[in-house]
Design a protein around this ligand. Structure first.
Ligand code: SF4
Length: 424
């Protein structure tokens, strides 16, 4: 079992930087959200650039009936010459008459809609009344001015919280979009412990009504859900702080916090976790042979950095030099910070030039960073891991623990193979 360190990073000073940053915008979240929420449609109110980003990021969806689209703001809209609200109403009418399967429609703000101050909250309210009860219309922002790529999910989930039905029943609510197969694994573990009343936000369909109230206890599977956390607390729900379920020990700690809250005995808990935990430990030890004793440097990208650094340090034997995150929400990542021994620089926000100076000076064995920085750093002889892959790959819970370690060990193995080839 993981133990807090007497001298952990929880009270370490945080280096706060506010400069140029290199992160995708929140529209990117639509790529995984539209797969998860099968009767939802994401209508981005944006420019051709926004449409292009979505189409290229979701290229694999080209043969499927898409669940996202872009209402393009033309130059006349941007110049304020047309009534963008009326245009939007017409666009929504066209969409909903063509697609009667849509139950939830999200109007997603972008940089252009923000610049012209298009009031999407007003539009969502008006359209929700018009199409109630068959379609619920909500809005959130995915604009690059306001959000990094994982914050799109946070904004989306937070927009749903105020309209969830009230419930006074004691229930567990798990927040964060997980691939269906991973969500099933989580539900199976919880139900084997005897916890069956489990709701997940986002649900796969609007018909699985998620409820909330003062007897709702919520736990997060993703560390980037700060707004959703606040929105749920405003509805009276109580947060269970826990390390995130990455790796054998992170998953055990996450489940243990829930088991304790729901009064599950130690014997029952051990019966449920011992076999999958042993499998996960074995898988991690195979993949982490190459990681042990190596150093890692995280650029801020997905907000997964602190829990992942905890996994690499505590379960794979790595040393962290710097752990950068776009935002640090101690209510969410505090339990992981507690488990990282003092030593690494903890940085929040970004001033990319200063951070590049630091990484080049430290020359870590592995650098986790965004796509834009990876190639230049590789050219300087550093080994990199694309942070965005960690969001698109199933990495939570026991059965994915070996794959998670493998995502970090592969670039190091590749570099070693290239060096061997060059020397031969
Ligand atoms: S929302 Fe902004 S940053 Fe994102 S694609 Fe559109 S214009 Fe670009």
């Amino acid at each position: 079992m993981l133990k807090s360190n007497a001298t952990s990073c929880s009270n370490a000073p945080i280096l706060k930087e506010r400069g140029q940053r290199e992160v995708f915008c929140g529209l990117t979240s639509i790529i995984w959200l539209h797969r998860k929420m099968q009767d939802a449609f994401f209508l981005v109110v944006g420019s051709r650039t926004c449409a292009h980003l979505l189409q290229s990021a979701a290229g694999v969806m080209i043969f499927a009936e898409p669940r996202f689209g872009t209402a393009i703001l033309e130059e006349t809209d941007l110049a304020g010459l047309a009534d963008a609200q009326q245009e939007l109403d017409r666009e929504v009418e066209r969409l909903l008459s063509r697609r009667p399967d849509i139950r939830q429609l999200f109007l997603v703000g972008s940089c252009p809609s923000e610049v012209i101050k298009l009031d999407l909250a007003k539009a969502a309210q008006r359209l929700s009344q018009l199409y109630a009860p068959s379609v619920r219309v909500l809005n959130f922002t995915g604009s690059g001015i306001e959000t990094t790529f994982t914050q799109g999910e946070d904004e989306c989930l937070a927009s749903m919280v105020p309209v969830l039905n009230e419930s006074g029943q004691k229930q567990l609510l798990v927040i964060g979009a997980l691939p269906d197969v991973v969500e099933d694994q989580m539900r199976n573990l919880l139900s084997a412990m005897g916890i069956n009343d489990v709701a997940v936000l986002p649900a796969t369909s609007a018909k699985h009504a998620v409820t909330v109230g003062k007897n709702t206890i919520f736990v997060a599977t993703q560390p980037f859900l700060g707004e959703t956390h606040s929105a749920l607390e405003r509805r009276g729900a109580r947060h269970l702080p826990a390390p995130f379920p990455f790796g054998a020990e992170g998953t055990t700690a996450w489940l243990n916090v829930i088991a304790t809250e729901f009064g599950i005995s130690n014997e029952r808990f051990e019966q449920v976790v011992s076999a999958p935990r042993a499998r996960a430990r074995k898988a991690i030890s195979q993949a982490s042979e190459v990681l042990s004793g190596k150093s890692v440097f995280f650029f801020p990208d997905s907000q997964l950095e602190i829990p992942l650094a905890r996994f690499l340090v505590a379960e794979c034997g790595m040393t962290a030099i710097e752990i950068g995150a776009p935002f640090i929400h101690k209510g969410l990542v505090g339990p992981d910070l507690d488990l990282i021994p003092e030593g690494p620089v903890i940085s929040e926000g970004q001033d990319v030039d200063l951070q590049l100076d630091r990484v080049l000076k430290a020359r870590p064995d592995l650098t986790v960073c965004g796509l834009g920085l990876a190639n230049p750093l590789e050219a300087k002889g550093l080994t990199t891991k694309w942070a965005i892959e960690l969001v698109f790959t199933p990495v939570h819970f026991y059965e994915q623990a070996g794959d998670l370690a493998g995502l970090f060990s592969r670039p190091l193995r590749r570099r070693a193979a290239l060096c061997r080839e060059a020397a031969a």
